[in-house]
Ligand binder design. Structure first.
Ligand code: NAI
Ligand code: PYR
Length: 317
């Protein structure tokens, strides 16, 4: 007698550079039984499914890949939204807003009705603003709508600190918080290197080094885009990890973009990730400068949201 297998599915909307890299990551590190790819470019979609399908045949990973519709995606356990325009050289993430909000609106029109158990994970930029609108457009509870946010920036920060301190990145706790964009800030006061606070773990830490590290982290995406036109591997790895924390109910603490009731927008703060999405916010004590940076960041994001609501006729004033 064969044991029935539990079916878990991840739908990826958009199978361009990021969506296809995420699909490949999920095939190599299987965490679900099915990956559903959705993209209006049907030639590209079918070619990606065939090419990625070839990667499923060698080991018996148990993860199948298929093309699907937006309606199919709306019934998946996790829906990852990578659909949208990407930055050209010199463009900011925020400059993508009008184009990508149009795409987001059309996605929710096509996907409806969405299963009430689905977790939405936004990757498309500007990710904090799109996470905010995805929650409104989907009608799902805020805890089920999240964005990769500054988890990628935090990984980049851990990478550079690891190199300077001569320890493995996973021996470092360091959080970039706020906007996945120019309004991000580093919670310096919370960094630990192994068992040591930053100044002990990195004895040659100077104000110049601090500035260089912050600039490196904030500018990492633009530097890669200037040479190859996109970033894909880092965010695909982050998105696959987030899917795993959710599907395996891992209760892992990460900085993720989610709705902050006291700030009136979505931005990244640490939270516990599990099967319900954001299980709870994880408190963090910020120093005075960091608290001001958080408030400034939220103020800017709120004003971008208000501008978009006016442009898209979602506000009365
Ligand atoms: N949050 C993060 O850390 C990162 C975010 N990104 C963002 O991810 C997005 C995607 O980037 P790439 O994959 O490089 O772009 P891409 O242009 O290679 O792929 C985007 C795909 O979305 C598809 N698409 C458009 N409308 C759609 C719809 N209604 N439904 C399904 N698919 C649709 C397009 O046909 C295209 O194939 C961009 O907004 C980019 O800025 C990229 C890297 C990191
Ligand atoms: C493109 C982007 O948002 C990133 O790589 O951080």
């Amino acid at each position: 007698m064969t044991t029935p297998r539990l079916k878990t599915s991840i739908a990826i909307l958009g199978c361009g550079d990021v969506g296809s890299t995420l699909a490949y990551t999920l095939i190599l590190n299987p965490i679900c039984s099915e990956v559903i790819l959705v993209d209006p470019k049907t030639d590209l979609l079918n070619a990606q499914v065939r090419d990625l399908g070839d990667a499923t045949f060698r080991g018996n990973t148990g993860c199948k890949i298929r093309a699907g519709s937006h309606k199919d995606a709306g019934q998946a356990d996790v829906v990852v939204i990578t659909a949208g325009a990407k930055q050209k050289v010199g463009e900011s993430r925020l400059s993508l807003l009008t184009r990508n909000l149009h795409i987001l609106q059309s996605i929710f029109t096509s996907m409806s009705p969405i299963s009430s158990h689905t977790i939405l994970l936004l990757v498309a930029n500007p990710v904090d603003i799109l996470t905010y609108f995805a929650q409104k457009l989907s009608g799902l509870p805020p805890s089920q709508v999240l964005g990769t946010g500054t988890s990628l920036d935090s990984a980049r920060l851990r990478g550079v600190l690891a190199e300077k301190a001569g320890v493995a990145p996973n021996s470092i706790d360091a959080y970039v918080l706020g906007e996945h964009g120019d309004g991000q800030f580093i919670a310096w006061s919370n960094i630990t290197i192994g068992t040591a606070p930053l100044e002990l773990g990195l004895p040659n830490f100077t104000p110049e080094l601090k500035k260089d590290i912050a600039e490196h982290t904030r500018g990492a995406a633009a530097a890669i885009i200037a040479s190859k036109g996109c970033t894909a591997y880092g965010v695909a790895n982050i998105a696959a990890s987030i899917c795993k924390y959710i599907l395996f109910n891992q209760r892992t603490v990460r900085p993720i973009s989610f709705y902050q009731p006291s700030l009136g927008c979505c931005l990244s703060m640490p939270c516990v990730l599990g099967r319900k999405g954001v299980e709870r916010a994880m408190p963090i004590i910020l120093d005075e400068t960091e608290q001001r940076e958080l408030e400034d960041c939220a103020k800017n994001l709120r004003s971008v949201i208000e501008g978009a609501e006016r442009e898209f006729g979602m506000r009365k004033d």
